[in-house]
Write a protein that binds this ligand. Structure first.
Ligand SMILES: Nc1ncnc2c1ncn2[C@@H]1O[C@H](COP(=O)(O)OP(=O)(O)OP(=O)(O)O)[C@@H](O)[C@H]1O
Ligand SMILES: [Mg+2]
Length: 381
């Protein structure tokens, strides 16, 4: 049997990566002209995958790239060190020259690390007690610009989970970064994040330093026809038979969220097994199968909810399209008054179980969760 071509969870590249051609082209041309892009979408729409595919494209054209996930740097000192090290490394491959470059920095000290396989490499870190890590970060960024200019290279800096920047020290960092970035002529920047409201207010509010610093690119779902063609292509290649309308049904069940769709397809591929025949029953059973696999995760989430919050989640599962504050909804599910529903909603958003979409509607962050709620209710009668 062919290897399962529907990957989920990690970074998906090359032939396993569906569509996004238009977005890749747009990002590429923006980067070639040293643009600045703010990439925004809800969780699991495929921003990180898109960025890694962009890196592959850029690298094949000899464009230097560096990628950072701000989640990995709880402190600004760590980020300043990594940014300076990585940008220098990607632009200067000669070790001696690299060492010389890094030693010339004011606020960052050279540091030699030895990997598990014994290879030594040089980096920089903000020395403890060296004062302001923001100044070190700015020195690193400006150093990257200067090096790119000298090398006559284009450098692309990608920062993922960018809304995490606010954890450092908020607007001071934003202001300082803006004025540095604005002066850079040899670096293209992509800032990516899923905290939509945070990202949007960063770029769209007039009083914020990043206002109009770059262009906003909102990543939507993958167009249905293109995703269908991708899925059908792999099924055909694997010799699978599937019912008419089956793929559309999967896109619907996954709310067109790429992570969900990949997971559904992956599971379908496994369940059809040796027979390689996908039946309508297999497709309808996919979400229930997945939530059973993930049940411990849902149980943990569920335990964080209070009793009235659980009742509200059940009501939302039964009537996802009703207005939550309508008399009809409150009466049917015996909940209320509106003030307590609002409080529950707020708390569920804080816990990450629900989110408020751009239209102001409350949705399950994980769109499979309602299937899990159905599953436990069935189990307990
Ligand atoms: N174009 C695509 N083709 C195939 N699979 C994809 C695609 N985009 C996303 N995926 C699937 O969705 C999963 C999540 O994608 P990714 O981590 O890139 O999303 P994200 O938007 O960065 O999410 P988060 O906001 O949580 O960081 C991937 O592991 C992959 O399985
Ligand atoms: Mg991501």
């Amino acid at each position: 049997m062919e290897e399962n071509p529907f990957k989920y969870g990690g970074v998906v590249r090359g032939p396993y990566f569906a569509d996004r051609e238009e977005e890749l082209r747009e990002l590429e041309s923006e980067m070639v002209s040293r643009g600045r892009i703010f990439l925004v979408s809800p969780r699991r729409y495929g921003k990180t995958c898109l960025l890694f595919n962009l890196i592959d494209h850029l690298n094949s054209q000899e464009i230097a790239t560096v990628y950072f996930d701000l989640n990995a740097y709880p402190e600004m000192t760590g980020f300043a060190g990594a940014l300076t090290t990585e940008t220098s490394r990607t632009l200067e491959s000669n070790i001696e020259k690299l060492n010389k470059l890094l030693s010339s920095l004011q606020r960052l000290r050279p540091r030699v690390t030895v990997d598990s396989d014994g290879t030594m490499s040089m980096g920089v870190e903000v020395a403890s007690g060296e004062g302001d890590p923001l100044q070190a970060l700015l020195e690193g960024l400006n150093h990257a610009e200067e090096l790119a200019r000298k090398k006559k290279r284009l450098l692309v800096i990608i920062i993922d989970e960018f809304s995490d920047l606010l954890k450092y020290n908020g607007e001071t960092v934003e202001k300082a970064l803006r004025s540095a970035i604005q002066q850079h002529e040899h670096i293209g920047y992509v800032f990516s994040g899923s905290e939509q409201s945070l990202m949007l207010s960063m770029v769209q509010e007039r009083r914020r330093p990043f206002y109009k610093l770059g262009r906003l690119m909102e990543l939507g779902p993958i167009p249905r026809d293109l995703y269908s063609t991708f899925i059908a292509g792999w099924l055909k290649k694997g010799g699978y038979k599937y019912p008419e309308g089956g793929i559309e049904r999967i896109l619907h069940l996954g709310h067109e969220v790429p992570y969900n769709v990949q997971r559904l397809c992956h599971t379908m591929w496994e369940l059809a097994g040796k027979s390689q025949v996908v039946t309508p029953e297999i497709i309808e059973g996919l979400p229930a199968h997945i939530v059973r696999q993930d049940s411990p995760i849902y149980e943990m989430l569920w335990q964080t909810a209070t009793q009235p919050q659980k009742v509200l989640l059940i009501a939302l599962t039964e009537d996802p399209d009703m207005s939550l504050l309508s008399k009809e909804f409150m009466f049917k599910h015996r909940i209320g008054p509106p003030s307590s529903i609002k409080a529950s909603l707020q708390s569920l958003v804080k816990k990450g179980i629900l989110y408020r979409d751009i239209k102001g509607k409350y949705q399950f962050t994980d769109s499979f969760m309602p299937f899990w709620i159905d599953y436990i209710r069935m189990k307990h009668g």
